[in-house]
Design a binder for this molecule. Structure first.
Ligand code: DUC
Ligand code: ZN
Ligand code: ZN
Length: 469
Protein backbone atom coordinates (compact mmCIF):
# COMPACT_ATOMS: atom_id res chain seq x y z
CA UNK A 1 0.00 0.00 0.00
CA UNK A 2 1.19 3.48 -0.81
CA UNK A 3 2.71 5.23 2.15
CA UNK A 4 1.76 8.70 0.93
CA UNK A 5 -1.13 10.32 -0.89
CA UNK A 6 1.36 12.43 -2.79
CA UNK A 7 5.11 12.69 -3.05
CA UNK A 8 6.68 15.74 -4.66
CA UNK A 9 10.04 14.44 -5.88
CA UNK A 10 13.29 16.24 -6.51
CA UNK A 11 12.26 19.50 -4.87
CA UNK A 12 14.55 22.26 -3.75
CA UNK A 13 12.59 23.03 -0.60
CA UNK A 14 12.88 26.57 0.70
CA UNK A 15 11.99 27.72 4.18
CA UNK A 16 12.76 30.94 6.00
CA UNK A 17 15.85 29.21 7.39
CA UNK A 18 17.00 26.58 4.86
CA UNK A 19 17.25 25.56 1.23
CA UNK A 20 17.57 21.78 0.81
CA UNK A 21 17.05 19.05 -1.77
CA UNK A 22 14.26 16.75 -0.72
CA UNK A 23 11.25 14.72 -1.63
CA UNK A 24 8.13 15.92 0.18
CA UNK A 25 5.76 13.21 1.40
CA UNK A 26 2.14 14.19 2.00
CA UNK A 27 -0.61 12.21 3.71
CA UNK A 28 -3.96 13.46 4.94
CA UNK A 29 -3.17 16.98 3.72
CA UNK A 30 -0.11 17.25 5.94
CA UNK A 31 3.61 16.96 5.24
CA UNK A 32 4.54 13.64 6.83
CA UNK A 33 8.10 13.14 5.58
CA UNK A 34 11.01 15.07 4.15
CA UNK A 35 13.95 13.15 2.74
CA UNK A 36 15.44 11.42 -0.23
CA UNK A 37 13.92 8.43 -2.00
CA UNK A 38 10.66 8.50 -0.06
CA UNK A 39 8.44 5.45 -0.49
CA UNK A 40 5.61 5.06 -2.98
CA UNK A 41 2.65 7.40 -3.26
CA UNK A 42 -0.70 7.27 -5.00
CA UNK A 43 0.35 10.39 -6.90
CA UNK A 44 3.90 11.25 -7.87
CA UNK A 45 4.79 14.79 -8.86
CA UNK A 46 8.18 15.65 -10.28
CA UNK A 47 9.36 19.07 -9.18
CA UNK A 48 12.38 18.54 -11.46
CA UNK A 49 14.77 20.46 -9.27
CA UNK A 50 12.52 23.50 -9.02
CA UNK A 51 12.02 25.49 -5.86
CA UNK A 52 9.16 24.42 -3.63
CA UNK A 53 8.09 27.19 -1.28
CA UNK A 54 5.52 27.37 1.50
CA UNK A 55 2.24 28.69 0.11
CA UNK A 56 1.95 32.42 0.56
CA UNK A 57 -0.10 33.92 3.35
CA UNK A 58 -1.72 37.21 2.39
CA UNK A 59 -2.52 38.70 5.76
CA UNK A 60 -4.05 41.93 4.49
CA UNK A 61 -6.83 41.77 1.93
CA UNK A 62 -10.35 43.13 1.72
CA UNK A 63 -13.08 40.94 0.26
CA UNK A 64 -16.81 41.64 0.18
CA UNK A 65 -16.55 44.41 2.76
CA UNK A 66 -19.61 46.66 2.62
CA UNK A 67 -18.64 50.24 1.81
CA UNK A 68 -20.42 53.54 2.26
CA UNK A 69 -21.90 55.50 -0.57
CA UNK A 70 -22.99 52.62 -2.86
CA UNK A 71 -19.39 51.73 -3.55
CA UNK A 72 -18.68 47.99 -3.89
CA UNK A 73 -15.51 45.98 -3.69
CA UNK A 74 -14.88 43.98 -6.86
CA UNK A 75 -13.86 40.78 -5.12
CA UNK A 76 -15.80 38.53 -2.81
CA UNK A 77 -14.79 35.37 -1.00
CA UNK A 78 -14.89 33.40 -4.24
CA UNK A 79 -13.01 35.59 -6.71
CA UNK A 80 -10.54 36.97 -4.13
CA UNK A 81 -9.19 33.59 -3.00
CA UNK A 82 -9.21 32.25 -6.58
CA UNK A 83 -7.06 35.19 -7.64
CA UNK A 84 -4.84 34.70 -4.58
CA UNK A 85 -4.31 31.00 -5.40
CA UNK A 86 -3.27 31.79 -8.96
CA UNK A 87 -0.56 34.00 -7.50
CA UNK A 88 0.82 31.32 -5.16
CA UNK A 89 -1.09 32.25 -2.02
CA UNK A 90 -2.70 29.44 -0.03
CA UNK A 91 -4.03 31.33 3.00
CA UNK A 92 -5.77 34.69 3.10
CA UNK A 93 -6.61 36.73 6.16
CA UNK A 94 -9.24 39.30 5.18
CA UNK A 95 -11.23 41.44 7.61
CA UNK A 96 -14.49 41.15 9.46
CA UNK A 97 -15.33 44.82 9.92
CA UNK A 98 -17.43 46.05 12.83
CA UNK A 99 -19.79 48.83 11.77
CA UNK A 100 -20.58 51.69 14.14
CA UNK A 101 -23.17 50.52 16.65
CA UNK A 102 -22.76 46.88 15.62
CA UNK A 103 -21.49 44.17 17.94
CA UNK A 104 -18.22 42.60 16.83
CA UNK A 105 -19.82 39.17 17.01
CA UNK A 106 -22.55 40.26 14.61
CA UNK A 107 -19.81 41.41 12.22
CA UNK A 108 -18.04 38.05 12.53
CA UNK A 109 -21.28 36.17 11.84
CA UNK A 110 -22.00 38.43 8.86
CA UNK A 111 -18.59 37.72 7.30
CA UNK A 112 -18.93 33.99 7.88
CA UNK A 113 -22.19 34.16 5.93
CA UNK A 114 -20.47 36.11 3.17
CA UNK A 115 -17.67 33.55 2.96
CA UNK A 116 -19.81 30.41 3.33
CA UNK A 117 -19.14 27.87 0.58
CA UNK A 118 -16.82 30.17 -1.36
CA UNK A 119 -13.07 30.21 -0.62
CA UNK A 120 -10.90 27.79 -2.58
CA UNK A 121 -8.05 28.20 -0.07
CA UNK A 122 -7.91 28.44 3.71
CA UNK A 123 -8.84 31.68 5.42
CA UNK A 124 -9.00 33.39 8.78
CA UNK A 125 -10.32 36.79 9.84
CA UNK A 126 -8.81 39.83 11.44
CA UNK A 127 -11.36 42.00 13.24
CA UNK A 128 -11.68 45.70 12.44
CA UNK A 129 -12.69 47.47 15.64
CA UNK A 130 -14.49 50.72 14.83
CA UNK A 131 -16.66 51.07 17.93
CA UNK A 132 -14.84 49.91 21.08
CA UNK A 133 -17.67 50.15 23.59
CA UNK A 134 -17.29 48.82 27.13
CA UNK A 135 -19.12 45.69 26.09
CA UNK A 136 -16.79 45.17 23.13
CA UNK A 137 -13.71 45.66 25.28
CA UNK A 138 -14.73 43.72 28.35
CA UNK A 139 -16.84 40.92 26.97
CA UNK A 140 -16.75 40.50 23.20
CA UNK A 141 -13.05 40.76 22.40
CA UNK A 142 -11.80 38.41 25.13
CA UNK A 143 -14.34 35.80 24.03
CA UNK A 144 -13.57 36.24 20.33
CA UNK A 145 -9.81 36.04 20.87
CA UNK A 146 -10.36 32.68 22.58
CA UNK A 147 -12.44 31.54 19.61
CA UNK A 148 -9.70 32.20 17.03
CA UNK A 149 -9.92 35.88 16.16
CA UNK A 150 -6.65 37.02 17.69
CA UNK A 151 -5.78 40.08 15.61
CA UNK A 152 -7.52 43.43 15.22
CA UNK A 153 -7.04 46.29 12.82
CA UNK A 154 -7.63 49.80 14.08
CA UNK A 155 -7.67 53.01 12.09
CA UNK A 156 -6.41 56.48 12.94
CA UNK A 157 -8.24 57.90 9.93
CA UNK A 158 -11.44 57.41 7.87
CA UNK A 159 -14.53 59.05 9.35
CA UNK A 160 -16.51 55.88 10.09
CA UNK A 161 -13.60 53.76 11.27
CA UNK A 162 -11.16 55.98 13.14
CA UNK A 163 -10.48 55.70 16.85
CA UNK A 164 -9.21 58.48 19.07
CA UNK A 165 -6.12 57.97 21.20
CA UNK A 166 -8.13 57.07 24.30
CA UNK A 167 -9.95 54.38 22.33
CA UNK A 168 -6.73 53.11 20.78
CA UNK A 169 -5.17 52.72 24.22
CA UNK A 170 -8.24 50.81 25.41
CA UNK A 171 -7.95 48.36 22.51
CA UNK A 172 -4.21 47.97 23.08
CA UNK A 173 -4.85 47.23 26.74
CA UNK A 174 -7.25 44.42 25.83
CA UNK A 175 -4.68 43.05 23.38
CA UNK A 176 -2.06 43.04 26.10
CA UNK A 177 -4.27 41.36 28.66
CA UNK A 178 -5.81 38.77 26.36
CA UNK A 179 -2.95 38.17 23.90
CA UNK A 180 -3.87 39.67 20.53
CA UNK A 181 -2.01 41.48 17.78
CA UNK A 182 -3.16 44.99 16.92
CA UNK A 183 -2.56 46.20 13.37
CA UNK A 184 -2.53 49.97 13.06
CA UNK A 185 -3.44 52.11 10.06
CA UNK A 186 -1.32 55.10 10.99
CA UNK A 187 -2.26 58.42 9.40
CA UNK A 188 -3.20 61.65 11.16
CA UNK A 189 -6.85 62.24 10.32
CA UNK A 190 -7.14 65.93 11.21
CA UNK A 191 -4.07 66.82 9.17
CA UNK A 192 -5.56 65.00 6.16
CA UNK A 193 -8.84 66.90 6.58
CA UNK A 194 -7.10 70.26 6.78
CA UNK A 195 -4.83 69.55 3.82
CA UNK A 196 -7.76 68.28 1.77
CA UNK A 197 -9.75 71.46 2.46
CA UNK A 198 -6.76 73.60 1.48
CA UNK A 199 -6.30 71.68 -1.76
CA UNK A 200 -10.03 71.93 -2.54
CA UNK A 201 -9.98 75.70 -1.92
CA UNK A 202 -7.16 75.95 -4.45
CA UNK A 203 -9.14 73.91 -6.97
CA UNK A 204 -6.68 71.05 -6.73
CA UNK A 205 -9.07 68.14 -6.76
CA UNK A 206 -7.75 65.79 -9.50
CA UNK A 207 -6.75 62.27 -8.40
CA UNK A 208 -3.10 63.32 -8.23
CA UNK A 209 -3.83 65.56 -5.22
CA UNK A 210 -4.73 62.52 -3.13
CA UNK A 211 -0.96 62.18 -2.62
CA UNK A 212 -0.25 65.70 -1.26
CA UNK A 213 -3.36 65.43 0.93
CA UNK A 214 -1.60 62.60 2.78
CA UNK A 215 2.11 63.51 2.76
CA UNK A 216 4.79 61.52 4.53
CA UNK A 217 4.46 63.70 7.65
CA UNK A 218 0.88 62.52 8.11
CA UNK A 219 2.01 58.89 8.19
CA UNK A 220 5.14 59.69 10.18
CA UNK A 221 3.14 61.34 12.95
CA UNK A 222 0.58 58.52 13.09
CA UNK A 223 3.36 55.96 13.17
CA UNK A 224 5.17 57.72 15.99
CA UNK A 225 1.96 58.11 17.99
CA UNK A 226 1.09 54.44 17.57
CA UNK A 227 4.59 53.44 18.70
CA UNK A 228 4.29 55.71 21.71
CA UNK A 229 0.98 54.17 22.73
CA UNK A 230 2.42 50.69 22.24
CA UNK A 231 5.26 51.65 24.58
CA UNK A 232 2.93 53.13 27.17
CA UNK A 233 0.67 50.08 27.22
CA UNK A 234 3.66 47.74 26.81
CA UNK A 235 2.17 45.66 24.04
CA UNK A 236 3.45 44.74 20.55
CA UNK A 237 1.78 46.39 17.54
CA UNK A 238 2.06 45.87 13.80
CA UNK A 239 2.08 48.92 11.53
CA UNK A 240 0.34 48.02 8.28
CA UNK A 241 0.93 49.21 4.70
CA UNK A 242 3.99 51.31 5.54
CA UNK A 243 4.70 53.46 2.50
CA UNK A 244 7.35 56.02 3.27
CA UNK A 245 10.95 56.64 4.29
CA UNK A 246 9.86 58.82 7.23
CA UNK A 247 7.65 56.08 8.65
CA UNK A 248 10.42 53.51 8.21
CA UNK A 249 12.67 55.81 10.23
CA UNK A 250 10.13 55.94 13.06
CA UNK A 251 9.76 52.17 13.10
CA UNK A 252 13.51 51.69 13.14
CA UNK A 253 13.66 54.15 16.04
CA UNK A 254 11.04 52.25 18.02
CA UNK A 255 12.68 48.91 17.31
CA UNK A 256 16.03 50.41 18.32
CA UNK A 257 14.56 51.25 21.71
CA UNK A 258 13.74 47.60 22.14
CA UNK A 259 10.01 48.04 21.58
CA UNK A 260 8.16 45.18 19.92
CA UNK A 261 7.17 47.03 16.78
CA UNK A 262 6.30 44.92 13.74
CA UNK A 263 5.69 46.27 10.27
CA UNK A 264 4.12 45.39 6.96
CA UNK A 265 4.61 46.84 3.50
CA UNK A 266 2.98 46.11 0.14
CA UNK A 267 3.86 45.90 -3.58
CA UNK A 268 2.35 49.31 -4.37
CA UNK A 269 5.06 50.96 -2.26
CA UNK A 270 7.84 49.17 -4.15
CA UNK A 271 6.85 49.68 -7.77
CA UNK A 272 4.46 52.65 -7.86
CA UNK A 273 5.10 56.31 -7.07
CA UNK A 274 2.88 59.37 -6.72
CA UNK A 275 3.61 60.06 -10.41
CA UNK A 276 1.23 57.23 -11.27
CA UNK A 277 -1.59 59.30 -9.76
CA UNK A 278 -0.76 62.00 -12.29
CA UNK A 279 -1.87 59.81 -15.22
CA UNK A 280 -3.94 61.57 -17.91
CA UNK A 281 -7.63 62.25 -17.33
CA UNK A 282 -9.12 60.27 -14.49
CA UNK A 283 -6.69 57.35 -14.86
CA UNK A 284 -4.79 58.46 -11.75
CA UNK A 285 -7.78 57.20 -9.75
CA UNK A 286 -6.57 53.66 -10.44
CA UNK A 287 -3.66 54.28 -8.07
CA UNK A 288 -5.55 56.04 -5.27
CA UNK A 289 -4.87 54.11 -2.10
CA UNK A 290 -3.93 55.10 1.42
CA UNK A 291 -1.23 55.75 2.28
CA UNK A 292 -0.44 56.83 -1.26
CA UNK A 293 2.52 55.58 -3.28
CA UNK A 294 5.49 57.93 -2.61
CA UNK A 295 8.76 58.48 -4.45
CA UNK A 296 11.92 56.62 -5.41
CA UNK A 297 13.65 57.55 -2.14
CA UNK A 298 10.84 55.94 -0.17
CA UNK A 299 10.94 52.86 -2.38
CA UNK A 300 14.63 52.52 -1.61
CA UNK A 301 14.05 53.03 2.12
CA UNK A 302 11.47 50.25 2.04
CA UNK A 303 13.84 47.91 0.22
CA UNK A 304 16.47 48.62 2.87
CA UNK A 305 13.88 47.91 5.54
CA UNK A 306 12.89 44.62 3.90
CA UNK A 307 16.53 43.59 3.73
CA UNK A 308 17.47 44.60 7.22
CA UNK A 309 14.54 43.19 9.17
CA UNK A 310 12.57 46.38 9.84
CA UNK A 311 9.66 44.73 8.02
CA UNK A 312 8.21 41.36 8.95
CA UNK A 313 5.23 41.00 6.64
CA UNK A 314 4.61 41.64 2.96
CA UNK A 315 0.90 41.76 2.10
CA UNK A 316 -1.18 43.05 -0.80
CA UNK A 317 -3.77 45.25 0.95
CA UNK A 318 -5.94 44.04 -1.92
CA UNK A 319 -8.92 46.42 -1.97
CA UNK A 320 -10.14 46.26 -5.55
CA UNK A 321 -12.58 48.80 -6.96
CA UNK A 322 -13.41 48.54 -10.65
CA UNK A 323 -12.27 51.54 -12.65
CA UNK A 324 -15.01 51.74 -15.27
CA UNK A 325 -17.97 50.94 -13.09
CA UNK A 326 -20.70 53.00 -11.38
CA UNK A 327 -19.91 51.40 -7.99
CA UNK A 328 -16.14 51.62 -8.39
CA UNK A 329 -13.58 54.38 -8.87
CA UNK A 330 -16.04 56.37 -11.02
CA UNK A 331 -18.86 56.23 -8.50
CA UNK A 332 -18.94 60.03 -8.37
CA UNK A 333 -18.02 60.59 -12.01
CA UNK A 334 -14.77 61.37 -13.73
CA UNK A 335 -14.66 64.93 -12.40
CA UNK A 336 -15.04 63.76 -8.82
CA UNK A 337 -12.67 65.36 -6.32
CA UNK A 338 -9.99 62.96 -5.08
CA UNK A 339 -11.60 62.67 -1.68
CA UNK A 340 -14.58 60.94 -3.31
CA UNK A 341 -12.45 58.30 -5.06
CA UNK A 342 -12.60 54.93 -3.28
CA UNK A 343 -9.24 54.09 -1.72
CA UNK A 344 -7.59 50.88 -2.71
CA UNK A 345 -5.80 48.87 -5.38
CA UNK A 346 -5.99 45.21 -6.40
CA UNK A 347 -2.92 43.04 -5.88
CA UNK A 348 -3.66 39.69 -4.24
CA UNK A 349 -2.48 37.73 -7.31
CA UNK A 350 0.56 39.81 -8.21
CA UNK A 351 1.98 40.18 -4.67
CA UNK A 352 4.33 37.19 -4.72
CA UNK A 353 5.52 37.46 -8.34
CA UNK A 354 6.36 41.15 -7.85
CA UNK A 355 8.36 40.55 -4.67
CA UNK A 356 10.05 37.49 -6.14
CA UNK A 357 10.99 39.30 -9.34
CA UNK A 358 11.93 42.70 -7.94
CA UNK A 359 13.35 41.28 -4.73
CA UNK A 360 14.85 37.81 -5.16
CA UNK A 361 15.61 37.80 -8.87
CA UNK A 362 17.08 41.30 -8.77
CA UNK A 363 19.25 40.38 -5.77
CA UNK A 364 17.65 42.80 -3.29
CA UNK A 365 16.51 40.12 -0.83
CA UNK A 366 17.38 36.46 -0.47
CA UNK A 367 14.99 33.54 -0.80
CA UNK A 368 14.76 32.94 2.94
CA UNK A 369 13.72 36.55 3.48
CA UNK A 370 11.10 36.17 0.75
CA UNK A 371 9.61 33.15 2.50
CA UNK A 372 9.79 34.82 5.91
CA UNK A 373 7.99 37.95 4.69
CA UNK A 374 5.32 36.21 2.67
CA UNK A 375 4.55 33.11 4.73
CA UNK A 376 6.46 32.30 7.92
CA UNK A 377 6.28 35.65 9.70
CA UNK A 378 2.60 36.29 9.01
CA UNK A 379 1.87 32.76 10.25
CA UNK A 380 3.74 33.46 13.50
CA UNK A 381 2.44 36.98 14.02
CA UNK A 382 -1.19 35.98 13.46
CA UNK A 383 -1.27 32.67 15.31
CA UNK A 384 -1.25 30.26 12.35
CA UNK A 385 2.20 28.75 12.92
CA UNK A 386 3.26 25.89 12.82
CA UNK A 387 0.20 24.68 10.95
CA UNK A 388 0.91 27.24 8.23
CA UNK A 389 3.92 29.19 6.98
CA UNK A 390 6.72 26.67 6.50
CA UNK A 391 7.62 23.27 5.07
CA UNK A 392 7.90 20.96 8.05
CA UNK A 393 6.68 17.55 9.11
CA UNK A 394 3.29 18.04 10.73
CA UNK A 395 2.47 21.26 8.91
CA UNK A 396 -0.26 21.59 6.29
CA UNK A 397 0.95 20.73 2.81
CA UNK A 398 0.40 24.24 1.46
CA UNK A 399 3.13 24.36 -1.13
CA UNK A 400 4.06 26.09 -4.35
CA UNK A 401 6.30 24.72 -7.07
CA UNK A 402 7.86 27.92 -8.23
CA UNK A 403 9.04 28.57 -11.77
CA UNK A 404 11.79 31.01 -10.94
CA UNK A 405 12.67 31.94 -14.50
CA UNK A 406 9.25 32.25 -16.07
CA UNK A 407 8.90 35.67 -17.70
CA UNK A 408 5.45 37.19 -17.45
CA UNK A 409 4.28 40.60 -18.58
CA UNK A 410 1.48 41.41 -16.17
CA UNK A 411 -1.72 42.38 -17.96
CA UNK A 412 -5.17 42.46 -16.46
CA UNK A 413 -6.52 39.81 -18.82
CA UNK A 414 -4.10 37.27 -17.31
CA UNK A 415 -5.39 37.84 -13.77
CA UNK A 416 -8.32 36.18 -12.04
CA UNK A 417 -9.69 38.95 -9.84
CA UNK A 418 -12.98 40.62 -10.64
CA UNK A 419 -11.39 43.98 -11.24
CA UNK A 420 -11.17 45.62 -14.67
CA UNK A 421 -7.60 46.83 -14.25
CA UNK A 422 -4.33 46.16 -12.52
CA UNK A 423 -2.05 48.98 -11.38
CA UNK A 424 0.82 46.77 -12.59
CA UNK A 425 -0.29 46.63 -16.25
CA UNK A 426 2.76 45.97 -18.51
CA UNK A 427 5.13 45.29 -15.60
CA UNK A 428 7.52 42.49 -16.58
CA UNK A 429 8.27 39.98 -13.86
CA UNK A 430 10.50 36.92 -13.75
CA UNK A 431 9.23 34.11 -11.55
CA UNK A 432 5.69 32.74 -11.33
CA UNK A 433 4.01 29.90 -9.44
CA UNK A 434 3.63 26.73 -11.53
CA UNK A 435 1.71 24.38 -9.20
CA UNK A 436 -0.10 25.44 -6.02
CA UNK A 437 -1.15 22.91 -3.35
CA UNK A 438 -3.55 23.54 -0.50
CA UNK A 439 -3.47 20.82 2.16
CA UNK A 440 -1.95 18.44 -0.39
CA UNK A 441 -4.52 19.06 -3.14
CA UNK A 442 -3.59 20.92 -6.30
CA UNK A 443 -5.61 24.11 -6.47
CA UNK A 444 -3.86 25.68 -9.46
CA UNK A 445 -1.70 23.93 -12.05
CA UNK A 446 -0.08 25.93 -14.86
CA UNK A 447 -2.74 28.61 -14.63
CA UNK A 448 -5.67 26.20 -14.44
CA UNK A 449 -7.93 26.24 -11.40
CA UNK A 450 -8.57 22.73 -10.08
CA UNK A 451 -10.20 23.60 -6.76
CA UNK A 452 -13.87 23.72 -5.95
CA UNK A 453 -15.60 26.64 -4.20
CA UNK A 454 -15.78 26.03 -0.47
CA UNK A 455 -12.72 23.77 -0.40
CA UNK A 456 -10.91 26.30 1.80
CA UNK A 457 -11.25 25.82 5.53
CA UNK A 458 -11.81 28.52 8.12
CA UNK A 459 -8.78 28.77 10.41
CA UNK A 460 -8.99 29.68 14.06
CA UNK A 461 -5.93 31.69 14.98
CA UNK A 462 -4.01 31.01 18.17
CA UNK A 463 -2.54 33.79 20.18
CA UNK A 464 0.23 35.42 18.12
CA UNK A 465 3.79 34.26 18.85
CA UNK A 466 4.96 37.63 20.26
CA UNK A 467 2.12 37.49 22.79
CA UNK A 468 3.29 34.12 24.03
CA UNK A 469 6.95 35.05 24.40
N1 DUC B 1 -6.35 51.79 2.40
C1 DUC B 1 -6.80 51.12 3.44
O1 DUC B 1 -6.55 51.48 4.56
N2 DUC B 1 -7.54 50.02 3.25
C2 DUC B 1 -7.97 49.59 2.00
C3 DUC B 1 -7.28 50.19 0.88
C4 DUC B 1 -6.58 51.44 1.14
O2 DUC B 1 -6.17 52.12 0.25
ZN1 ZN C 1 -5.44 50.57 6.21
ZN1 ZN D 1 -6.35 47.60 4.09
Amino acid sequence: MAEFDTVIRDAVAVTAADVFSSDIGIAGGVVTALGRDLGPARREIDAAGRYVLPGGIDAHCHFDQPMRDSVTLADDFLSGPISAAHGGTTTVVPFACQLQGQSVRAAVEDYHRRAAGKPVIDYAFHLIISDPTEDVLRRELPALIGEGYSSFKIYMTYETLKLNDRQIISVLAVARREGAMVMVHAENSDCITWLTEELERAGRTAPYFHAPSRPQAVEREGTHRAITMSEIVDVPILLVHVSAADAVEQIRWGQGRGLRIFAETCPQYLVLTADHLDAPGFDGAKYVCSPPPRDVESQEAIWRGLRSGVFHVFSSDHAAFRFDHPEGKKRHGTDAPFKKVPNGVPGVETRLPILFSEGVNKGRIDLGTFVALTATNPAKLYGLYPRKGSIAVGGDADLVIWDKDREVVITNDKLHHNCDYTPYESLSVRGWPAVVFSRGEIVVEEGKLLAQPGQGQFLRCDRPAPMRA
